[in-house]
Structure formats: C-alpha cells, structure tokens
Design a protein around this ligand. Structure first.
Ligand SMILES: [Zn+2]
Length: 294
C-alpha cells in the first residue's frame, strides 16, 4: 500500500492507495492558518501514517503541495497560501523509514489525469489547473516534462499583456492574472455587488444575470484572454489535448462551449490545423492524492 497526501491551500487529503493506484481509504480535513501551522501539518501527517502502519505495509509516501518541492532535501519551501516558508519531512522519514516522494500539486494532479483521467488517451498533452492561480503540467511523448533546478513549466506566468495587471511573481500581465478562477470570481462579485458568497451561489447569480451586458462582457473577456494564453501554449508544445482542472470545472457551463467554438473559429495558432481537444479534469479532488504516489 501507498499513502498519497494532497496539501491544498485550505485542506489536506490523505489517501491509502493500493497496487492498482486505486484509493482504498480517504480522509479529508480543513486546515486553518495558525502560527504553528507547519508543526501541526507535520504532526497530522505523522499520526495518519502511524495509524495506517498498524494495519498495512506502507511502501511509499507521496506528498503533493503548492510551492517548491526539494526532493534531495525532503522539504517543500514557499507554500505561499498557507504562509509556510519550509515544511521539512526529514523527521517523518527517519521515524517511519518509508521512502517519501515530494511533488508540486499541479504536476501531481496533471499526472493522475494523464494516467487515469481526462488525458489518458493522449501522448502529448497539457494540464492547466485554474484555481487561485494557474498551475500546469506538460506531457510530451508520454512523459511529464520537468526542468532541472526547480520544477519549471509554470505556464501561468506567460505574459499576455506586458502593461497588464500586477502578478505575484513581479511581472505584469501574466496569464494567471487574467485567467485564474479566483480573479474571475472576484470580478464577477464586484460587478454583481456581492460579498461573502459561496461559489455555488455565485455561479447561480452569474447564470441569472448572464444577459446583463457587464456579465456577458466579463465572460467574453475571460474567454478572449484564455484563448491568447492557450494559443501561446499550443504554439510551443503542440499538444493533442489540453485539460482544465481546478474550480474551472465547477464553472464550466459559463465557458466550455463558447471556448471550444471560438478556438475552432479563430485558429490563433501558428499551424492552423493544430487546434487541440479541450477536455475537463475527471478525477476531481482525488487527482492530487493519486498523482502524489505516481
Ligand atoms: Zn506572474
């Protein structure tokens, strides 16, 4: 058995996974930001592993997290959303003596989608996780591409407007400053004068106001920006398919059909016959946990 852990911005998912990479048991818990968040998360992971070890032979622990995984150092640094500078897994490794694999969360989810979900029929594909930012994973010839020093392939930081919105990375006009779902939701809330509203309610309100000019413009503008970002990605990697994950999947009714139609119509790519298939992530929250052990 293996243990796959997905550390998100506000929750942690821990799964016991069998030899067929299927989830046998799953625990999901919310995490709240606190001063001792690093030690709380490490203690939580340690206790789950101890519990699983009582019943099963655990051969691998996979951990997917935002930030920068340092495989040789057994640590993940710069987990911005949780305010964690460094999460160090050396003690857990020493205590349990089980190999630990560390991965970036989007790369993990992408791997699971590539092997078992929306991208399983393709050799050359791109996974984009549209949520708080835009995470990404690129596959060519059946393999995940990775850079040597850090993880690389951060497609969310391709600039689509150099005088555009300020990005956390320091540049202006990055793809994610226009197409992360967080930005879309913030803009929609502002236009509709809504505050403190759930995603479910927000989607309902947007659908109710779809004919309002400000909302239809917002959706059109989102799709325009998405197509520019995608055309850059297509020209570089020539994927057969692009899969969208993250909260985009939840809001798909607003964008999916129009996006596909417009991409076919505009053909913004260098090779005009090179419009990839647009698919939606299938594994939902399980993707990060499964991808962590792959
Ligand atoms: Zn950026």
């Amino acid at each position: 058995m293996k243990v796959g852990i997905d550390l998100g911005g506000s929750h942690i998912g821990v799964a016991l996974i069998n030899d067929k990479d299927e989830i046998v048991k799953k625990i999901e818990k919310d995490i709240e930001k606190s001063e001792n968040i690093s030690s709380e998360i490490l203690a939580m992971i340690d206790s789950y592993i101890s519990k699983f070890k009582e019943e099963y032979n655990i051969e691998l622990i996979g951990i997917a997290s935002p930030g920068n995984p340092k495989v040789n150092d057994l640590s993940i640094s710069n987990i911005v959303n949780l305010g964690i500078e460094k999460l160090d897994f050396k003690d857990i490794f020493q205590k349990h003596n089980i190999p630990i694999k560390l991965k970036n969360d989007s790369k993990s989810a992408g791997l699971a989608e590539f092997k078992y979900g929306s991208l399983k029929e393709y050799e050359d594909a791109v996974f984009l996780c549209l949520g708080t930012g835009i995470g990404s994973a690129v596959f060519l010839n059946g393999k995940l591409l990775h850079a040597n020093k850090h993880i690389g392939f951060e497609l969310g930081h391709i600039v689509i407007d150099r005088r555009g919105e300020q990005c956390n990375c320091g540049k202006k006009g990055c793809f994610e400053t226009y197409c992360a779902m967080k930005r879309f939701k913030e803009r929609a809330k502002k236009l509709l004068n809504l505050d403190n509203i759930s995603s479910e309610k927000l989607l309902e309100e947007i659908k109710n106001n779809k004919e309002a000019i400000c909302i239809s413009n917002l959706i059109d503008e989102y799709i325009d920006n998405l197509i520019i970002g995608l055309s850059n990605i297509i020209d570089i990697f020539e994927p057969e398919a692009i899969s969208f994950g993250g909260s985009f999947v939840y809001f798909k009714d607003l964008f999916y059909e129009k996006l596909v139609t417009e991409m076919q119509k505009r053909k913004y790519t260098f090779n005009k016959d090179d419009v990839p298939k647009i698919v939606l992530a299938e594994l939902k929250n399980d993707a990060g946990m499964i991808g962590a052990i792959l």
